[in-house]
Design a protein. Structure first.
Length: 219
């Protein structure tokens, strides 16, 4: 599971810290650090943590990174001004109890009057079990061969498995690369907001953005 990525980040530049529980994409915490925020990033994946450290090192950025599960973050209480869990991180958790546990950890880690910010996909009604959806991400070149990058989603109720494939553009349609599968919980934004409130956050509200819906809450 690649959900447990959190970035505790400071709400002001330089002095304090910020937390982010998902380092799967290194540029996000690095971008915050480049703006002068003190950032602590965590990910359940050691490889993701190492990748982020290397990215920060190449850019000459101060960025603390640690291996941790968003349901049990290895940081002290009330340590951060803001906790971020973005790009559909929390729906990697496959039950409402796990998501509720993650929000309680975010609440524990943030300072009084601090905040929590998450972004996630705007899930509707899941399609019929067994439905396979394919999204085409366009041309790529792999070992000098022209390929198409495809994302496949296989639905089973409120859950779906995601994998990427590189498929050659010739008649053979050979799969030259396939990522491991990961599973998402297609929980609705409104239900996610309720779980956030149950963890103790107040003034929880939705903000629509061009990328994904954003939920924000205050301790």
């Amino acid at each position: 599971m690649r959900c447990h990525r959190c970035w505790p980040v400071s709400g002001v530049r330089c002095p304090t810290a910020s937390s982010t529980p998902r380092l799967g994409s290194a540029p996000r915490p690095s971008a915050l650090a480049a703006q002068g925020f003190r950032v602590t990033g965590s990910d359940i994946s050691l490889a993701a943590v190492q990748r982020t450290r290397e990215e920060a090192g190449r850019r000459g950025l101060q960025l603390a990174c640690l291996v941790g599960d968003v349901r049990a973050l290895p940081v002290r209480s009330a340590a951060f001004e803001v906790v971020l869990a973005c790009d559909n991180a929390l729906p990697h958790l496959l039950s409402e109890n796990d998501i509720r546990c993650a929000f309680r950890e975010c609440f524990r880690c943030v300072k009084p009057r601090g905040g929590c910010v998450i972004s996630m996909r705007d899930y509707g009604v899941p399609p019929s079990p067994g439905t396979v959806e394919i999204q085409d991400y366009g041309d790529r070149v792999w070992s000098a061969r022209l390929c198409r990058l495809l994302q496949t989603r296989r639905w089973r109720g409120q859950f779906y498995e995601v994998a990427f494939e590189l498929v050659t553009n010739d008649e053979a349609k050979e799969v030259v690369l396939r990522t491991p599968k990961t599973t998402y919980f297609a929980i609705g934004v409104e239900r996610m907001a309720v779980l956030m409130e149950e963890a103790g956050f107040t003034r929880v509200r939705r903000i629509d953005s061009p990328f994904q819906p954003v939920l924000v809450g205050t301790r």
